[in-house]
Each structure stands twice: as structure tokens, then as C-alpha cells.
Design a protein around this ligand. Structure first.
Ligand code: SAM
Length: 212
């Protein structure tokens, strides 16, 4: 992913950990939501990036955390972050979450976490990712999708409008997805969504099978 993103200049520590400023900032609020859900068992993190979220959350949540990313360049940082904790963090796996069929290649997940990817990929790729979410979840499982979204087609602040425009200027196929569209994609796939307001106009979408 060679996009120019604000705030993406990550410092790399001597042990290989990347310090992602945005991940460091949103780790606390995201943790608070996940903790409130009482998650247990196996959590698949899609698009782990630096691995900072795994190291901050896996231990206190008490889950078995499976990091993944489409970029194997991220694995050294993910492993280095995992080495800072005794938490149950599995070695990172290669996962292109926009590739149809990936859910069948993994064990059923009690929880899924995706932070800050949907706005960076084209609409068909986001649709393919969202279609896999219910297939990846075990019965009663919970998916947590965090990021910025349009509401009724509009950005929620001038800063969000500018960021969305900067993404679309780099690639007209990408940009913020509309909340209603995302919920519609998940509903088609048999998943109900409860959006939770998060700091800086972001949302956490809590998605569960309609029949759970
Ligand atoms: C903005 S970063 C977010 C990383 C991390 N979730 C965080 O919040 O710090 C986007 C991440 O998505 C990953 N990514 C991009 N396309 C992907 C895909 N198709 N499947 C899985 N991961 C992808 C990138 O490699 C990158 O690590």
C-alpha cells in the first residue's frame, strides 16, 4: 500500500517495533470497546500493520490473538511487538482480506478485528472483504470494524472531508465508505451491525450473525 496517509511516519525502534502514531492513539478507545464485549477464544486481526494493537490488547482481553496482513514486510514489527508481552499472540499469517474465499482457509473465529482499512481499498475489494466476515465467524462470534465512514454520503468534519478527498485524489477507486452501504453489505451476508461512536468521528461497527 503506497498511499500517502497523514500521520503514517512510524518510528522504528531498535528491536524492530514500528510505533504507529494513529495505532497508539486509538488503541485505548478500541480496547475499551472490545473489553466491554467480553470477547473470549480466538480473535483474528485483519490488516495488523505494526502489531501494536495486538501487543496492547491481547493480554488484557485474554484472547488468543492471530495477527495477519497482506504485507509480509509488517511481520518483523508484529513479531517484535508480540515479544514485548506474555500474551497469547500467534505468529502473523499472510492474509489478503479482499480475496474471496479466505474465511474457509482459517479456523472459525470467535472475534474479528479490522482497524483502518476499508477507506483505503476500492469498493469491490471492500465488498469482498465484508462478504467474508460472517463466513469467518464462529456461531455467536463478533466482528469489530473500526475506521472513518461517510454518513448519508457526507464526511462528518472538514478534516474527514479533506482526508477522503486526498485518498480519492491518489486513487479515485478508494475513499471513505458510507455507513449505510457497509451495513447493507453486512446485512446481505446475514450480519447485524451496531455502530458505536468513537473519538475523532470514527466508528466501531459491532457485527454479529443475525441469528446469534
Ligand atoms: C492504515 S494501515 C492500518 C494498520 C493497523 N490496523 C493499524 O490500525 O495500525 C492498513 C493496513 O492494511 C493492510 N492491508 C492493505 N490491504 C490489505 C488487504 N487486502 N488485506 C489485508 N491487509 C491489507 C496494510 O498492509 C496495512 O498494514
Amino acid at each position: 500500500m503506497s498511499l500517502r496517509l497523514p500521520d503514517s511516519r512510524a518510528e522504528v525502534l531498535a528491536d524492530g517495533r514500528r510505533m504507529s502514531p494513529s495505532a497508539a492513539r486509538n488503541a485505548g478507545p478500541i480496547f475499551d470497546v472490545l473489553q466491554g464485549l467480553g470477547l473470549k477464544g480466538r480473535l483474528l486481526e485483519i490488516a495488523s500493520g505494526s502489531g501494536l494493537h495486538a501487543a496492547h490488547m491481547a493480554g488484557p482481553l485474554g484472547v488468543t490473538w492471530q495477527p495477519s496482513d497482506v504485507e509480509t514486510d509488517n511481520f518483523a514489527s508484529i513479531r517484535a511487538w508480540a515479544a514485548t508481552t506474555k500474551a497469547d499472540i500467534l505468529p502473523p499469517v499472510l492474509l489478503d482480506a479482499t480475496r474471496p474465499g479466505w474465511a474457509e482457509t482459517l479456523p472459525p473465529q470467535d472475534a474479528l478485528l479490522l482497524v483502518n482499512l476499508l477507506h483505503l481499498i476500492p469498493v469491490p475489494a471492500a465488498a469482498a472483504l465484508l462478504a467474508e466476515v460472517p463466513k469467518a465467524l464462529a456461531p455467536g462470534g463478533t466482528a469489530c470494524l473500526y475506521g472513518p465512514f461517510l454518513r448519508d454520503g457526507k464526511a462528518t468534519s472538514d478534516g474527514d472531508a479533506a482526508f477522503d478527498a486526498s485518498l480519492r485524489a491518489q486513487d479515485p477507486a478508494i475513499g471513505y465508505k458510507d455507513l449505510a452501504w457497509v451495513c447493507g453489505q453486512l446485512a446481505q451476508a446475514g450480519v447485524n451491525v451496531v455502530p458505536i461512536e468513537m473519538p475523532a468521528n470514527n466508528l466501531m461497527l459491532i457485527a454479529r450473525h443475525s441469528h446469534s
